[in-house]
Design a protein around this ligand. Structure first.
Ligand code: UDP
Length: 410
């Protein structure tokens, strides 16, 4: 399928058959047959922006088509709540954090307001990430199955924040983590649950090359010179300033342009500040394109990824890094930090190149720009790796399996 902006439509399961084969889809239907009519509630903290919303947007319609009854609820909270949860997020990723009682109180009060506002009557309740974790208070007796889906790297959490959140996690029936390295000592079962991309979504579907070119023209990017790109929210943990520094090293030796494209998420209040930091480092270089994109830019992001010569993901910490998955799916050579779930995707020298520093990032970008045949091979192998492990159909299958397992073991 090859789309231009006007042609995108809602996908049905049968649309995946040409890409993935009928057996894959038949398997989903067979599994789902045993769950027909079961109710599922997914809860997270933003409807747009970031990888979790991206996945829920695609997983929920497919689960519905498979005969289950899913519902998606987004918790609400003030700016102060999201500042606290962002501080928790950074602290859980190992960053510094000064524990404050008022933060914990605000967290609990906002969860309590959401508990009163939302309805919890489904057979399966999947709570995504720490922000709504205290909604487990809504569980009445032992009814229903409550699952905590954690998308972030918990391997070195700040002790104060984790001690505060842990008692809530203990009360779930199971926890799902994106990488074995993220698992904690918990008294509940833990399952490995890879995130996924939808190959037919606006973000990933094949695009008309003319439309790709028109996006470059619109943003003033020169299609005839190499393009190095990082797509990410403007978040310090994505290290956009580090990417600018790596580009500046590359630029001493080779001609190229840098595209840093990102938007904000409603649960991330730091975006503007970080964008300003990046602007300062970019020093008005006309070859650095800082694009602050609105949330409805999936096709533009797709086009930017497809137009790129090399894609970078220089995160300091990462949950999984769906931007890496998206780049690999598009057969792009990727240079990415060996953090979080990235090494599950980027197998060094096989599906991309792993790095640990700004200098390493610059070195590997230069290496790929000078070796287009190898770059192409890495991209193709990356695409196969994603097809095998990180597509939405595998993710839906995992959800169905967990639900079935919960039913048979309760
Ligand atoms: N994304 C987007 N607009 C942006 C920046 C990112 O739509 O301006 C998308 C990106 O394509 C990917 C997701 O948001 O699908 C980011 O997921 P990832 O796991 O890489 O990082 P997160 O933001 O969840 O930490």
């Amino acid at each position: 399928m090859n789309v231009t902006k006007a042609e995108v439509h809602v996908m049905r399961l049968d649309d995946y058959v040409p890409l993935l084969g009928a057996p894959e889809i038949d398997e989903l239907r067979a599994l789902a047959g045993q769950l027909s009519g079961r109710t599922v509630q997914m809860v997270n903290s933003t409807a747009m922006g970031g990888g979790v919303a991206e996945m829920l947007n695609r997983v929920i319609p497919l689960i519905q088509e498979l005969g289950l009854q899913p519902r998606w609820d987004v918790i609400t909270g003030g700016q102060d709540f999201f500042e606290v949860t962002k501080a928790f997020h950074n602290a859980l990723h190992g960053g510094p954090y000064q524990a404050r009682k008022e933060d914990f109180d605000l967290f609990l009060a906002t969860n309590e307001l959401n508990r009163q506002r939302l309805q919890f009557d489904c057979e399966f309740t999947v709570i995504n990430d720490p922000q709504p974790v205290a909604l487990i208070e809504a569980r009445s007796k032992q009814e229903g199955h409550w699952i905590w889906r954690c998308h972030i790297d918990l391997s070195h959490p700040n002790a104060d924040v984790w001690s505060f959140l842990r008692p809530f996690v203990y009360r779930y029936d199971a926890a799902l983590f994106s990488s074995p390295a993220f698992a904690r000592q918990l008294p509940i079962p833990q399952y490995l649950f890879h995130p996924c991309i939808d190959p037919l979504s606006e973000k990933n579907v094949d695009l008309d090359p003319e439309w790709v070119s028109s996006v470059l023209v619109r943003y003033g990017i020169d299609a005839s010179r190499p393009i190095v790109t990082q797509i990410s929210r403007f978040d310090r943990l994505k290290d956009p300033v580090g990417v600018v520094h790596a580009y500046q090293i590359v630029k001493r030796y080779m001609d190229c342009q840098l595209v840093l494209a990102g938007g904000s998420a409603s649960d991330d209040p730091e975006g503007e500040i970080v964008l300003e930091e990046v602007r300062r480092e970019a020093k008005n270089d006309p070859d650095i394109h800082l694009l602050n994109l609105p949330p409805w830019s999936a096709l533009e992001i797709n086009a930017l990824q497809r137009a790129s010569t090399v894609i970078v993901q220089k995160s300091l910490r990462e949950g999984f890094g769906l931007t890496v998955t998206e780049a690999l799916w598009k057969k792009k050579p990727v240079v990415a930090s060996a953090v979080g779930g990235i090494p599950a995707q980027v197998i060094h020298k096989h599906t991309g190149l792993l790095v640990h520093s700004i200098e390493g990032t610059a070195y590997q970008i230069r290496f790929l720009l000078s070796n287009p045949a190898l770059a192409q091979k890495l991209g193709e192998q990356g695409h196969d790796h994603v097809r095998e492990h990180f597509l939405i159909t595998s993710n839906v299958k995992r959800y169905l399996t967990i639900f079935l397992h919960s039913l048979t073991h309760s």
